[in-house]
Design a protein around this ligand. Sequence first.
Ligand code: IMK
Length: 832
Amino acid sequence: MSPRYACTVNPNPELNNTPELGMDEKSLEQDFKSYYGNHLAQDKGCASGHYLYTSLALTLRDRLFERMKKTKMAYSESKCKQAYYMSMEFLMGRAMGNAALNLGLSETVTKAMVELGLDFEELTELEHDAGLGNGGLGRLAACFIDSCATLQLPVTGYGIRYEYGMFQQSIENGNQMESPDHWLRDGNPWELERPEYTQRIKFGGHTEFRKNVAGNMSVHWVDSNDILAVPYDLPIPGYQNGTVNKLRLWKSEATDEFNLEDFNAGSYTEAVASKNAAENISMVLYPNDASENGKELRLRQQYFLASASLQDILNHWITNNGENFDDFAEKNCFQLNDTHPTVGVAELMRLLMDEHNMGWDKAWTIVTKTMAYTNHTLLPEALERWPVHMFGRLLPRVLEIIYEINARFLSEVARKWPGDKARLASMSIIEEGGQQQVRMAHLAIVGSFSVNGVAALHSELLQKGLFNNFYQLWPNKFNNKTNGVTQRRWMAWCNPALTELVSETIGEQWVTDLDQLKKLTPFANSTAFQRKWNDVKKANKTRLADLVKQSCGVTFDTDAMFDIQVKRIHEYKRQLLNVLHVIHLYDRIKRGDTKGIVKRCVLFGGKAAPGYAMAKDIIKLINNVANVVNNDPDVGDRLKVVFLPNYQVSAMEVICPAADLSEQVSTAGKEASGTGNMKFMMNGAVTIGTLDGANIEIREEAGDENFFLFGLTEDEVEKERVGYNPRAIIAKDRDLKRVVDLLEGGHFNQFEPNRFDNIINAFTSHNDPWMTIADFRSYIDAQHLAGLAYQDQERWTAMSIMNTATSGKFSTDRTMEEYNNEIWKLEKVSPK
Ligand code: IMK
């Protein structure tokens, strides 16, 4: 710790008697003015939005930190067990609206701002999204910590404070363009730097074995290049309950030692410039969702997160308990968000053994009683493997420990299955053959007491398939925790009109007990209630139509069905299937076959990983099809198609309240869960989907009659692969043939010959892993039924209401209760 943060005697206890902050309109107004005029020194008659936004953010922040201190005090006084959610991604989005809502200040703030001639909602829109995540996995982490605070569970998030979040996407000539997301440029009023908790992280160097005076061996990791991890804390408020948990994000910094050799050579400036390398570690979020790229900097980031967080937790333990770790496992639990922080399994061994003199067995007991692993994908390309040589160069001591973990593990496997060499090879943490690799998922399973998937089907497939050997060895480690989303952000905040209608009908308890939405069931067929429901949907559609007009220049008719697919662009999610349907509708309209066709506005949104060529081609195809469709006078307003650029959390807050139809069309067995599907359902959209991920459970809850099902099941997909012949399917289906002919004839790329050849080759290939053509007919038929249902407005509205009414299961409050009851086993603690 830097000496300037060392503890000095506090001469006056009054210093810690901070007066309580007012929660009334006048207090907010006063604080706002003081921040604006004093702290930010504004004096002009004409105000900039930035300073107004910052003044309000700081006003709210004070009230959050006030509660965060009390929460911390309550946890420390109760000596309760704590859990740590370790994640490379926290996709928080904007903080201001959520802060006001959870502090119970929404109305008060709105009024205080009116007094100052300002509009609260407008101020919230000035906030830059905190885009520190790619998609579902990162947003799930954000929803989890929201629910933990609301349930008063002592859970802390640990992540990385990336200087650049998820890139900003724009569309030029139909192509995705990426630009850096410098989200911290205008400062971040929600964070508090905590330099006194800085940690030191080692990289490189080598290990030495030494004997001490007592004759015991100890291992020393020497000649390393160290960097610093400096924490920044973000407050995570519970819903109107006084609890504020924290999210601690690490920033990398150079040590002030610089490069001694350069100094001695007199190269002062070069030495100072070498700071850059250290600061690179937390510079940028890797923009890959459910695919790995094996870059060394990514492994550095993972170790940086794991080591800093574990050291922080151990330091805190030692402050309270000294070097006695007897109760450590009873009081601490780590939840690993996928394999990304899994190097922590070996790092905790290292810290306990090398830094705290513990023997192997005792350390291993602690590790395997505190680590729990969540898997978020079955896609083989997303399973992390690190080349052993790279690992050893970067983290020599950690690799030694992994080898020892593996040796002990393999002897356990050999005891259970004597002589089964193939099984040893397939279960080993080290993959042999070619270049050796560390299999991070195996390390995670071996080092954890709990392994879970994120939806019922996904967990079942993990046990039957990918991790079957491990399941046979340790069946009791495996469990399911179906994902959820927080209804505070995804209904109460983003859909105020629906919130008002629901609350006046069934009361407000659903905000913390989502199952209460069941009470809407008796209203599903009430004419009066349906009318109100439709008014709300209509207003939300108008809001989205305005956004579409402004960003794409296309007019959406709010009487049309809003048919929406927003998520990362990935072949397995099959945006392509949706495009084929759009082309089919276009073709029918062009040939005058419009019977039963409903007016539709089809909206796509999502980012493609910058190195994922096929995903970028799909974006281009969507845009080209949109261009043809939207400009064809024969089509008119029967069909509109847009690709909304720069899909992010704050965009979804406008999109999901306005959706009629939610597209969840992944190849069965590929989407681990999906969570966008849940946001749409809550806001009264009807799903068209396959039996994949959480769709299965959504349909179970909503009822078959309130869900448009299509497509092969996971079993059928695997059977259909044998002898799969998409060209034969195309030849037999007149509608599909016409769609493929339009594509092959270059109808959507008249001035760009061959532009879509890669896409056409992919979906017509015998080896198409995503089996798009196999599901075409059943998708088109389900879409037709959805269109007919929409034309019967009473029926559709009842379906919409029933979707909201049955969405209770998909609250992260339920998910977190399950993690807590079955994995963490924490007591709830409320601050005084
Ligand atoms: C996602 C899955 O693809 C979704 O189906 C799931 O709903 C979500 O996680 C939350 O559980 C990113 C990933 C991943 C694996 C690796 C990486 N799985 C998911 N995002 C890098």
